[in-house]
Design a protein around this ligand. Structure first.
Ligand code: NAP
Length: 283
């Protein structure tokens, strides 16, 4: 393998150390930072993810508030839980764990979170501020990717970045952040209707895959020396798999994130930094 491994685990450790210091400082200013999660239903993966978020919060000295609703909760129950947390002064940030069970409207629940408590950075108000280049919480996963690039001093200005995926959760905000002023990559957004995806990806100096199809991205997609960020995570019988055929691509790429241990830990770290930013903004 010739590629440098971009370890999200390592970067997240550094981010958490900073967050722990921030929490001490905010406490000394009378701000008690509290992150709330709303989890609806029995989805095992969602329970695991939310459990990690509480563990992370505990590790940095952040209070966390765990609200769980049953699988048969109604939309009104979910909105009432969000309203209750919106009104609590000890909750400075909040997330609604997506996806919600069938029949419930996740976007409406996210919109119900006050933009000033939107730890996931997914409220339309905050997405709008991101488009305008104004400060505010950023969507956690793309923000985590930007932190990895920054930590490893990866040059973005003047580079061609290809983002595969166009969800509001990952792909769209990822493309916006890479093309933002000061970051200055030239961005191509690819998706399931992109003809000859491999050839498009092979133009990338920085390739971000947010697809959810294990092993779709093989060596034929990679420009020699490219930076490859694999956001994809799919649970398979062989464990968690990314979109990228790691061993093959690592022979050609200049740098690559592993799965697990790449973007995943950074998504959670960004949640903590967003919560700190929201607490500071409330001062
Ligand atoms: P999503 O909403 O399902 O979006 C997937 C995107 O991939 C869509 O834009 C889709 O194109 C595109 N796509 C699907 N098949 C394709 C193909 N064969 N060729 C090219 N493009 C294709 O998923 P998401 O929420 O963005 O998540 C994407 C992946 O990232 C998933 O594996 C998810 O589990 C993972 N994820 C990981 C983290 C983390 O922390 N590591 C966080 C969030 C998500 P169309 O728009 O044309 O349908």
């Amino acid at each position: 393998m010739s590629a440098q491994i971009l370890s999200g685990t390592e970067v997240a450790r550094a981010v958490k150390a900073t967050v722990a210091e921030d929490i001490k400082e905010l406490k000394s200013n009378g701000i008690d930072v509290g992150l709330a999660t709303v989890l609806v239903g029995d989805d095992p993966a969602s329970h695991v993810y939310v459990g990690y978020k509480h563990k992370d919060a505990e590790a940095v000295g952040m209070r966390s508030i765990d609200v769980k609703l049953p699988e048969d909760a109604s939309q009104a129950d979910v909105l009432a839980a969000v309203d209750e947390l919106n009104g609590r002064s000890d909750v400075t940030g909040m997330i609604v764990q997506l996806p919600l069970p069938d029949g419930l409207d996740g976007e409406a629940a996210v919109e119900r979170v006050l933009p000033t408590k939107d730890a996931d950075g997914l409220h339309p108000f905050n997405l709008g501020r991101m488009i305008l280049g104004l400060p505010g919480p950023l969507p956690a996963t793309p923000s985590g990717v930007m932190t990895i690039l920054d930590y490893y001093d990866i040059e973005t200005a003047g580079k061609t970045a290809v983002v595969v995926g166009r969800s509001f959760l990952v792909g769209k905000p990822m493309a916006l952040l890479l093309g933002a002023k000061g970051v200055d990559a030239t961005v191509i957004q690819a998706h399931s209707r992109t003809p000859d995806l491999a050839a498009v990806c092979a133009t990338a100096d920085i390739l971000v895959t947010a697809i959810g199809q294990p092993g779709l991205v093989d060596a034929s997609f990679i420009k020699p020396g490219a930076v490859v960020i694999d956001v994809g995570t799919t649970r398979t019988d062989d464990g968690l798999r990314g979109d990228v055929v790691f061993d093959e691509v690592a022979e050609i790429a200049g740098a690559i994130t592993p799965v697990p241990g790449g973007v995943g830990p950074m998504t959670r770290a960004s949640l903590l930094t967003n919560t700190i930013g929201l607490a500071r903004a409330s001062l």
